[in-house]
Ligand binder design. Structure first.
Ligand SMILES: [Zn+2]
Length: 347
């Protein structure tokens, strides 16, 4: 049977979620939003102490419990220091300096007030610095946030209530094109959150139950390495992390397919589970590739490292320019949602 979830629903929800800032460590709003989306389709979720969301969908058969995970947290930054010129020095939460130059940002002050600004080098004006502006190394000392406020000194900025430790989120600039591409920061891993939501909606609308009880875990600390190190119920036997697939030299992954990861920086994933996922793609004519991800770790790796007694796998839509200005296509997202559904509904 060919399970085809509603790609327009998934895309719409994805864009909504992309527009909710959720830097690792500041994810409550995004988690609350997800919890509400699941409640709207009939599944009550539960938020654990750590702030992750678990949604359990009862299955047709006892035992064999499964878990699919996606992470709602994203790269971002914190204010490291309010500088003497009133601008902000940043401390990155994941990611790298070159990919954020010129990006618009929001700073969430302790009061909850939101301020905007732009990430620039300290020698951004080429009419002033000439060739220096392109040569300057992109690093913490040479980059700063120019606030959209009339501030000239450290005191001016502190007066706004902006301090070290305030969260800084990068504008996702989410845009869906007529040709089906989704351009945005943070498709890693909000695309997968929307995929799991779309899969659950398909089950609800068609009054279907997974073959075994299936838990959906939305983690909130994946980008800093310990997302699913907690939150997997003891009864779970098998876990599939749904996260972005790598696209680039030497890889077969694309924005139009679901990638099944054989191995990443944390080592090989479970072979039996990988073969099962490949067979589900073959049987259901889902476009897929198998790849090795060179610089990568997932929530499945975090769970295994924390001692979870599970078989673990990793799948996800191919994302171009990951951790920078990312892009994927509705076809890759749909392939991932179809594989997630096939996985839930088959033995
Ligand atoms: Zn990710």
């Amino acid at each position: 049977m060919n399970y085809v979830p509603d790609i327009e629903y998934i895309t719409e929800k994805l864009v909504d979620l992309l527009n909710i800032p959720s830097v690792s460590g500041n994810t409550d709003k995004a988690i609350d939003w997800l919890k509400k989306q699941f409640a709207d389709i009939g599944y009550e979720g539960c938020v654990n102490n750590k702030g992750a969301l678990l949604v359990t969908i009862p299955g047709e058969n006892p035992g064999g419990e499964r878990l699919l995970s996606a992470h709602v947290d994203t790269l971002g930054a914190m204010v490291f220091e309010v500088k003497s010129n009133g601008r902000l020095k940043l401390s990155l939460i994941g990611g790298d300096w070159h990919s954020i130059e010129g990006e618009r940002v929001s700073i969430e002050a302790r009061s909850g007030e939101i301020y905007t600004g732009t990430v620039l080098t300290v020698k951004a004006a080429s009419h002033v610095w000439g060739a220096e502006s392109s040569k300057i190394e992109r690093n913490q000392d040479n980059m700063e946030v120019r606030l959209d406020e009339k501030v000239k000194s450290r005191e001016d900025t502190l007066g706004l209530g902006i301090k070290a430790g305030d969260f800084v989120s990068f504008d996702p600039r989410a845009e869906v094109t007529r040709s089906g591409f989704i351009n945005s920061r943070h498709l890693d891993d909000k695309a997968s959150c929307a995929v799991l939501l779309g899969a659950a909606k398909y089950l609800a609308e068609n009054s279907l139950k997974p073959f075994y009880t299936t838990h959906l875990l939305f983690t909130n600390y994946e980008e800093v390495g310990h997302g699913a190190s907690y939150g997997i119920p003891e009864t779970v036997r098998e876990m599939v992390a749904v996260d972005m697939g790598c696209v680039g030299d030497g890889l077969s992954g694309s924005e139009y397919t679901v990638s099944i990861c054989a191995k990443d920086s944390s080592g090989p994933y479970d072979l039996k589970l990988r073969k099962h996922l490949e067979k589900l793609c073959e049987d259901n004519h889902i476009p897929y590739v198998v790849d090795i991800f060179p610089y990568y770790g997932s929530d499945a790796s975090a769970a295994l490292r924390a001692g979870a007694n599970i078989r673990a796998g990793l799948i996800g839509t191919g994302v171009d320019a990951s951790h920078a200005h990312e892009r994927t296509h509705k076809e890759g997202i749909l392939a991932t949602a179809r594989l997630a559904l096939a996985y839930m509904l088959n033995e």
